[in-house]
Design a protein around this ligand. Structure first.
Ligand SMILES: CC(C)(COP(=O)(O)OP(=O)(O)OC[C@H]1O[C@@H](n2cnc3c(N)ncnc32)[C@H](O)[C@@H]1OP(=O)(O)O)[C@@H](O)C(=O)NCCC(=O)NCCS
Length: 150
C-alpha cells in the first residue's frame, strides 16, 4: 500500500457523491454527463443503498463501484451479486483502489447470501478483463447476445 492509499476509506455511495463521480467519469472518459450519473446513481441507491461503494482519501472520491444483488434473472435462481459500473481516478490506478472496492462489495454480497458474483466485460476496453482475472473471476457460461434496433 502506498502512502497515498494508506488513508483510503471505502464507504457506501451517497447522493452527494454525484458531483465527484461525474467529475471522475469526465476524467476517465472525457465526457461531462451529470444527467446520466444522476439517473444512474439514483437507480443503484433505490435498488440497494448499501451495495454501491466509493473510495475516498481525505474526503476526495478517487473511485466508485456500482452493483446490486439480483435473483431469478438470466436463469440464475440463487441471489447473485453483479458488479456493473466502476471507475478509478487515472492518477490513482495500480494502487489497489479497485481491488479494495471489489473486495468490500464481494463481502457485502456474501453477507447478503449471494453465492457468486457476475460482471460483463467489453473486450474492447483495455485492462478490465485483466482486473477481474486478478480478482479471481473466470469466464462464465452466460453468452451475451445483442441485436441493433435501427
Ligand atoms: C479497471 C480499474 C477499475 C482498475 O482499478 P485499479 O485501482 O487500478 O486496480 P487495482 O490497482 O486495484 O488492481 C487490482 C488487480 O488488477 C490488476 N489490474 C488492474 N488494472 C489492470 C490493467 N489495466 N492491466 C492488467 N492488470 C490490471 C492489477 O495488476 C492488480 O492485480 P494484483 O492485485 O494481482 O496485483 C481501473 O483501471 C478503471 O477504472 N478503469 C476504467 C474503467 C471504466 O472505463 N469505467 C467506465 C465504464 S464501467
Amino acid at each position: 500500500m502506498s502512502e497515498d492509499t494508506a488513508q483510503l476509506r471505502i464507504r457506501p455511495l451517497q447522493d452527494t457523491d454525484l458531483g465527484d463521480i461525474t467529475g471522475l467519469d469526465e476524467k476517465i472518459d472525457g465526457k461531462y454527463r451529470p444527467e446520466v450519473w444522476e439517473m444512474r446513481l439514483g437507480y443503484y441507491m433505490r435498488r440497494d443503498p448499501e451495495a454501491s461503494l466509493v473510495a475516498e482519501i481525505d474526503g476526495r472520491v478517487v473511485g466508485f463501484m456500482l452493483g446490486e444483488i439480483r435473483s431469478g434473472e438470466f436463469g440464475l435462481e440463487q441471489p447473485t451479486g453483479w458488479i456493473e459500473v466502476m471507475g478509478v481516478d487515472p492518477e490513482m490506478r495500480g494502487q489497489a483502489v479497485g481491488r479494495r472496492l471489489a473486495e468490500a462489495m464481494l463481502a457485502y454480497f456474501r453477507g447478503r447470501g449471494a453465492t457468486s458474483v457476475h460482471t460483463l466485460v467489453d473486450r474492447d476496453m483495455d485492462g478490465i478483463a485483466q482486473f477481474f482475472i486478478a480478482l479471481g473471476f473466470e469466464p462464465a457460461g452466460l453468452t451475451p447476445f445483442v441485436k441493433e434496433l435501427a
